[in-house]
Structure formats: C-alpha cells, structure tokens
Design a protein around this ligand. Structure first.
Ligand code: FAD
Length: 486
C-alpha cells in the first residue's frame, strides 16, 4: 500500500513537494488554509489589470525545469519563460542612471563608463560569487542539513575563497568597487532574501552571481502561471487538493505522526506530514508547551507593496527599475530600528512593459515595493497612507511623473496583511533573516525529530526565494524517499 502523505500548506514548496511525491506513487493530500493555492506566489486581478502580488523576478530557471522534469513534464509545454535583458534600470537621486544587463561585454562597457577601475573589481566579484556557488550547490543548496558530507563536499571546500567569503557583505562589496553607485547597486542584493547588506555575510555574493550567470526571468502571463501549471500537474497525478482547509493539529502516536486535524473537525490519517507553512507555527500544531516562534530580531524583512493599474502607457519605464533613496545606510538603520524608512528605496516592476496581456488594452500594471520591518505593528489606514506618500515622494524626486492622477485600480499589501494572509509572523517574507553565519546557513531542518514529520518552504532549509524553495521540495522528497518508503 502506498505511503499516505499530508501536506500542510499549498505554497510553492507544498505544491512542488506534492508534484514530486505524487510522481512516485505516494498518496498525497494537500491542505491549504486559503481559498487559493500559491501562498506568497499570489495574484490579483481588477478591471482587466493582472498583477503578481509576490515574486516578480525568478533566477536559476533550471531549478524550475527540474521540478517539472521530476513529474516527467517539460516546463516549456506549460509556461513560457522570458529572459529579461536588461534585468533592471537603476536610478539615483542625483540623476545618475544606468541599465544592468547580463550581457558581459555591454555590462563591462557600462562599468567602464562609470569607473574604469571597477571592471577588474567586478570580474573578481563575479569569480568570488561563482566559487561560493560551486561550494554551496554541492554542500548546502541540494543537501539536507544533517547529511554527512561526502567527497564532493570536501573537494569543493578545498577551493573555498576563505579570505573574502567569511567577512561582512557590504565591506566585501566595497573592497571590490570604488564607484559609490556600483557599491550601492551591489549592496541591494541581500534584500532578495529580506536581509540587510550591512549585517549579512559576504557569502551572499552568490546572489548577484546567480542573477548574472543564469539571468533574471519573467513568465508570460505572470509568475502565478507557475503555480497554476504545477497545481494542474499535481491534480493530474492524483493529489487531493483541499482548499479553505486549515490544519489545526498534527496527531502523533508513539513518537510518530499519525494524522492531521482540520479546523472543521475532519481528521486525515497520514504516515508522513509535511509542513509548508511557517516553521515557527509547528509548535502550535504539535501542541508543544514551548512555542518555537522566531524572535523578532531574527526575522527577515517584510515589504510594503502597492499594486497600481494606470490609465496611460509608460513607454519610458523598463520591466524593473530601482529608485534608490538618498541615504541607503540610514534606510537600513531605520528598518533595523523597526520603522518604515522616511525615504525608502522603491522597486518598480512594470511587467506590462513586456507583456501587454496584463492590462486592458492600455495603461500599465505596476508593482511598487519598499522594504519594511517585519513587526506585528497595526498598519492602519493612516500608516498605510503615510507609507504610500513616502513611496510616491521618492518616485517624484527621482523624476517619475506623478502617478496619482492616473490610477485606475490600487491595492496595498502591508507587512500586517502579508503576515495574516500567508500566516507568517510579522509578514517576514523569507522567514529567518541571513544576518550572520548562523542565520544564513542554519535553518530548521527538513526532517524533524518526530518521526514522519518534515518541513518544506522558505522558512526551512535551504531558505526563502522561489528557486531555493523548489530545492527545499527536492531535498524533502528525497528524505521522505530514504526514510519512509515501506
Ligand atoms: C511581496 C513579495 C515579493 C517577493 N519577491 C520574490 C522574488 O522576486 N523572487 C523570488 O524568488 N521570491 C520572491 N518572494 C518570496 C517567495 O514568494 C517565497 O519565498 C515563496 O513563494 C515561499 O514559498 P513557500 O513554499 O515557503 O510557501 P508560502 O508562500 O509561505 O505558503 C505557505 C502556505 O501555507 C499555508 N498554511 C500555513 N499554515 C497552514 C495551516 N495550518 N493549514 C493550512 N495551510 C497553512 C499558508 O496559507 C500559505 O498559503 C517574494 C515574496 C513576497 C511576499
């Protein structure tokens, strides 16, 4: 008889695990508390404008291909990936602006025009990222936390660039670049995992490397198509998908999981339980006396997101533009102190510039995001309005025409809304932050002490962000195959 698996949460990690397990004859039930699948990889549509409300850029496309291939499918038969080139435009308050392309000769020309001596620095920076990637791919990204290292790991570690990789991220960037603009541009990458450049380890140089080497990608029709495609495969493979199905308890017997209980009282027997919701919520589901919640200072950042449908086209906008604040350091000091920045750096994603199916004939579907602290602060109407005014003020000062008179539809996602919608304390998008070595590399393990209990997703190993979550699903599936197969 096949092994019965209950998955708690239909975020990307939960769905990918369901797809992988169902492709190997496990009997899978996926329970999602919300009415729709996808978790943070969510979408919103209003008056013909279509938005991704979560991820807007994916990296490491091969990890997505692997997930489809695990089900015997070809990604290209389900979704269309578009490589973005340039990946982003960067704009500074003093009017300096440039395009970040992943085309090496063009990018070196750009750097040469900014600061000729930084060409060499960039090449060394890229090499450092490449070596960190080589090591982490073998030791961290594709292996469970507790797995004993194999020969490949030792071989990879022999080549580890110790001198640069063990320090602080921002200082390491500054050691490679002289231009304040290039420094600030590369300082931004730890925010891809909700962390501060001034508190993260230098190993996060792997993030700009991944983007440069494997590109930044968009999905035609929006990134939510990934969720729809994988959910379709899961259902076709026989996964039972229960929506509006909140799990409130994990039952156990003699040191092993045995069932889950839904809020409506239904009991589902299971040999294996996989938690895709925030790892910090596990204690509650197990009715443990001591809660496991992550302390507020260890949470990754949240975001303040505004979705805007505009009435007129904005042909001057690229797919991604970053409008930097006047003082990046001060911005992170304010975030660290738990405040929304007085002058936030604003990331503007205009997917309708690459895909006109996202708008009703004309106009743009814009996603504006600024970093925000992950606190359970109230974020009432007044706070939300004030934060939006700061976002607009930054865009005004950076030369973007005032958007307000042109708004057709609008929706705000505050840290509080992100937290309550996806059940993550404080709306910490990436679970734990990557500040310091321990936090960057030690996340809750995919296989838990209670037999039959597993974790998958951004709050567990190897961490948040869509490709890492898909690797988490791979690791968890492999562990289940090793330990639970009859
Ligand atoms: C605004 C924003 C921007 C982002 N930008 C990017 C980006 O550009 N690139 C990128 O790669 N990543 C980005 N991310 C991060 C990315 O979305 C996440 O890392 C990833 O989607 C998390 O997947 P997950 O598997 O951890 O599940 P989650 O999305 O956390 O979903 C977990 C699910 O579990 C459900 N759940 C929890 N508890 C229970 C329960 N008791 N019973 C039933 N269901 C439960 C929740 O309802 C939720 O649906 C962004 C996220 C946000 C919010």
């Amino acid at each position: 008889m096949s092994v019965r698996v209950a998955i708690i949460g239909g975020g990307l990690g939960g769905i990918a695990t369901a797809v992988r397990l169902a492709s190997q004859d496990y009997r899978v039930t996926l329970c999602e508390a919300s009415a729709t699948l996808g978790g943070k990889m969510n979408s919103w549509e209003s008056r013909g404008y279509r938005f991704d409300t979560g991820p807007s850029l994916i990296t490491m496309p091969d990890v997505f291909r692997e997930t489809f291939a695990a089900a015997g499918e070809r990604l290209e038969d389900h979704i269309e990936l578009q490589r973005l080139d340039p990946v982003a435009d960067y704009v500074w308050p003093d009017g300096t602006a440039f395009r970040h392309t992943t085309n090496l000769p063009s990018w070196l020309d750009t750097i040469r025009a900014i600061e000729p001596r930084d060409v060499d620095g960039f090449l060394r920076f890229l090499q450092l990222g490449a070596r960190i990637f080589e090591v982490s791919d073998a030791t961290f990204l594709r292996r469970p936390m507790s797995a004993p290292p194999d020969k490949r790991v030792f071989k990879a570690l022999r080549h580890f660039p110790f001198r640069h990789a063990w320090g602080n991220y921002a200082r390491m960037v500054d050691a490679h670049f002289r231009s304040p603009y290039l420094r600030q541009m590369f300082h931004r990458y730890p925010t891809y995992v909700g962390s501060s450049p001034y508190r993260s380890p230098a190993t996060l140089a792997v993030i700009p490397y991944l983007e440069f080497a494997f590109g930044g990608w968009f999905v035609s029709g929006g990134l939510y198509r990934i969720v729809q495609a994988l959910a379709g495969i899961a259902r076709a493979k026989g996964v039972e998908v229960l929506l509006s199905a909140e799990v409130e308890h994990i039952g156990q017997d003699s040191g092993r999981v045995k069932s889950i209980r839904l809020a409506d009282g239904r009991n589902i027997e299971a040999d294996v339980v996989v938690m895709n919701g925030d790892a910090g919520l596990l204690g509650q589901l197990l009715a443990e006396p001591a809660p496991r919640a992550l302390p507020a200072e260890e949470r990754s950042m949240s975001g303040f997101v505004t979705l805007l449908g505009t009435g007129t086209d904005m042909p001057h906008l690229g797919h991604h533009t970053v409008y930097f604040s006047a003082d990046y350091r001060r911005e992170f000091d304010q975030l660290h102190a738990g405040a929304f920045p007085s002058d936030p750096t604003v990331y503007v994603n205009a997917p309708s510039r690459s895909d006109r199916s996202l708008v009703p004939g004309r106009g743009e579907a814009l996603f504006l995001m600024a970093n925000a602290p992950a606190l359970s602060a109230p974020w009432d109407q007044g706070t939300t309005r004030a934060a939006f005014e700061r976002v607009i003020a930054r865009l005004d000062r950076s030369g973007l025409p005032d958007l307000r008179p042109d708004i057709v539809v609008r929706d705000h996602w505050t840290p509080r809304r992100i937290g309550t919608t996806y059940r993550m304390p404080g709306g910490a998008i990436y679970g734990q932050n990557s500040h310091g070595w321990r936090n960057a590399f030690l996340r809750p393990a995919n296989r838990q002490k209670l037999r039959g209990l597993y974790l998958v997703g951004g709050s567990s190993h190897p961490g948040g962000g869509t490709p890492t979550v898909l690797l988490s699903a791979k690791i968890t599936t492999e562990l289940i195959g090793k330990h639970e197969r009859a």
